[in-house]
Ligand binder design. Structure first.
Ligand SMILES: Nc1ncnc2c1ncn2[C@@H]1O[C@H](COP(=O)(O)OP(=O)(O)OP(=O)(O)O)[C@@H](O)[C@H]1O
Length: 256
């Protein structure tokens, strides 16, 4: 018998209610979803369909009302170093330099000074901020701040990246560059990625599978296999095959 493959992340019938004054509001209704080790999934859907709620439950920042999220077969009870989070708002420490921001998680992890510096350097270079290692966040552009946040998340070597609209605030060109950089690192270091976006093109360009959600109550609507080869290139982005998948995702999101 072939060995049983345990998915990296399992949403098992996950419901989250928020208690309002007179009633309970269902933000996420019985979400069940398996994400394989090394897989890149993107999550799209109308505003309020529970995307961030699902991601925050996987991150351990929010408890489900019912159901469980399992990571490597173990129930999530809180945040953990194997899960890195990247948000739309860069969430850098403004009083620390790029290097100090990137070293921050390594310090918590207990890495010594020399090793911290070495690892930070590697990831700062990877995201193209080598010339800005000693700069404070306020002197950086939005794209550069997000690169720094990505370097900080990568540096602690999480096996899972949970990304909540990380490129949402960026201009189109920076966004495309960061998408390519993210795919490049993902293909070399094979992390499992769950990535929320409002941008259908971005969702298709990055993913193995696109998870489409619906609102009121927030729930899984459809899973669309992308099936395009990696590395993804401009040629793929402009191809008829890409367009056809993009149109399917668009229909699923906007004609609910
Ligand atoms: N702390 C809270 N208290 C009450 N309701 C909440 C809370 N957090 C989220 N909600 C509600 O749950 C629903 C799902 O929210 P969530 O942020 O997960 O949606 P989303 O799909 O990420 O939306 P968006 O695309 O706009 O970011 C929304 O209707 C929201 O108002």
């Amino acid at each position: 018998m072939p060995p049983k493959i345990v998915p990296k992340i399992v949403f098992d019938n996950v419901t989250r209610r928020f208690d309002l004054k007179d009633n309970a509001f269902i933000a996420l209704d019985r979400l069940s979803l398996d994400i394989a080790d090394g897989e890149f999934v993107t999550v799209v859907g109308p505003s309020g369909c529970g995307k961030s709620t699902a991601l925050n439950i996987a991150a351990g920042l929010l408890k489900p009302s019912e159901g469980t999220v399992l990571v490597d077969g173990k129930a999530v009870e809180g945040p953990g170093p194997e899960r890195g989070m990247i948000f739309q708002q860069y969430a850098l420490f403004p009083w620390l330099t790029v290097r100090q921001n990137v070293e921050f998680g390594l310090r918590i992890k207990g890495e010594g000074a020399a090793r911290r510096r070495q690892i930070a350097e590697r990831f700062i270079d990877l995201v193209g901020l080598g010339d800005f290692a000693d700069a404070l966040p306020k002197t950086l552009s939005g794209g550069m701040k997000q690169r720094c946040a990505i370097a900080r998340a990568y540096a602690v070597d999480p096996s899972i990246l949970l990304m909540d609209e990380p490129f949402g605030a960026l201009d189109a060109l920076t966004r495309v560059q960061l998408q390519d950089q993210l795919l490049d690192t993902w293909s070399r270091e094979r992390r499992t990625v769950m990535f929320i976006t409002h941008d259908v093109d971005e969702a298709v360009y990055l993913a193995n599978r696109v998870i489409v959600m619906a609102a009121r109550p927030g729930r899984l609507k459809e899973i669309i296999e992308v099936g395009l080869p990696y590395p993804r290139t401009e040629e793929i982005r402009l191809s008829a095959a890409f367009m056809s998948i993009r149109n399917r995702v668009w229909q699923a999101v906007y004609h609910q």
